[in-house]
Design a protein. Sequence first.
Length: 342
Amino acid sequence: MTGMVYSTLLASLPGIEHGFGTKRTVLSQGGMASMRQVHSNRILTTDAPGCIGEGDGLITSTRGLALSLRTADCLPILLVDPRKGVVAAIHAGWRGATAGIATEAVRRMSLEFAVDPRDLFAAIGPGIGECCYKVGPEVAIEFRKYFPERADLDGKTNINLAEANRRQLLDAGMMGDRIETIEACTSCDANLYHSYRREGARAGRMVSFIRRSGGFERSALSGADQKLVKVVRAFSLTAIRHLLALDAKRRPRYRGNPLGADVFLAMEAHAESAFVDSAQRGPYVPKQVRFTVQVANCQLALCCVLHFVKSVRAFFDCDALAIPHERLELCPLGLQNVFEFV
């Protein structure tokens, strides 16, 4: 997504989508799980979107559910256990950090989801850096347990908030090579980040999120939603056949509103992506296909996209046709899945 900052470590994990917001990111928390952040060490577990309650950490094992948080100097911390399929999002300001919120998040993941801390991966996102985070002695002394080597915490001094949280994660049992700290200072970089310390009460907020991609149980969908899923399946096959029947020099496109104005489905092969003729893949397979779905419910939109993915794979017989590049993106219309045939 345009304008987001990504963790190299988390990006290397299959099936995990994440991003740290910036000033340039346009991302709504609608359709995501969120919380009323209160600068605490309270961790909430959830399996549904919407505001869960007051707290500063979210945990889920639900496929497709995005966890989100908002920051403007405080640290966004994202955690993943790829073995158990559990993700967490933490909002860590100085109050949360001194209350041990990172340690508490790992403890809750272990207690409620049987997570082994050694299996966890973590990304500490952009926040205020030590260069700009000067605090008084009443705050500095609270960090003594994380910086026992420092003798200056009884006076006004600078604090490395990211390092304090990294040490918490290590103390909780995580492996050092599975923790990435994104080196950025939100207070220094006015072009890219909002900063409460720099801008005061008028500062904007940046949304960060993490999601384990995947499907939804049919039983969790309402009757109307199940009808839409069936429509998507039929639409997928019709659209694919329509695209393949077009002349390769035209801009192949197929659009429809099968259930009225509230639903938009579209599929197209990019004009700049020429069609290829391969004996191994069959005649005229497009190099790139995009599928877009827009519905009121973001989770349902993701469900529709995933059913479309299944239709594409089945139609093109993916045992014979490799699709090495496949990604899910947020776009102005909703959710978009991109296939690149190479």
